[in-house]
Design a protein around this ligand. Sequence first.
Ligand SMILES: [Zn+2]
Length: 141
Amino acid sequence: MDKLKQFSSQAVYKLARFMYGRNGYDNLARFCNMISIMLLVLNLFAGSATIYILWFLSFGYSLFRVYSKNIPKRYEENQKFLSMTELPRRYLSLLKLQIRDRKVSRYYICKNCHQQIRVPKGKGRIEIRCPKCSEKFIKKT
Ligand SMILES: [Zn+2]
C-alpha cells in the first residue's frame, strides 16, 4: 500500500513538473475539446472521414494549447476567444439561470446595453426599465 502511495505521489509530482511553464487548460482548449467530443459522438453515427479529420484537428489543437510553452501568445488567443464569444456565453448563462429560476423569475437582456435584468414572474405585461441605461421595453412575465 505504501508503495502505491509513493508511486502516486511521485506521479503527481512528475505531472506537476511536466506541466510547469505550460499553458494548461484554458477556455479555448476546453471549447476545442468539447467540439472534438461532440464530433467523436457524431461520427459514431455518421462514420465520415471529414468529421474524423475535423475531430483530429480540434482534439490536436486543444492538446497543443494545453502543452504549449508559449503562454503569452496562448493567453492572447484565449482573451480574443473570450471577447468574441462574450454575447453567446452571456445568453447561455442567462438560459441556465432561466431554467434554474423558471418558477419565480424571468431574465431579460437589455437590447441597448446588454445588461441582464431579472423580473418576478407572473406580473402580466409590464414595462421594464433597464437599471443601467434606462431603456424601456414591454415584456410579458
Ligand atoms: Zn440597458
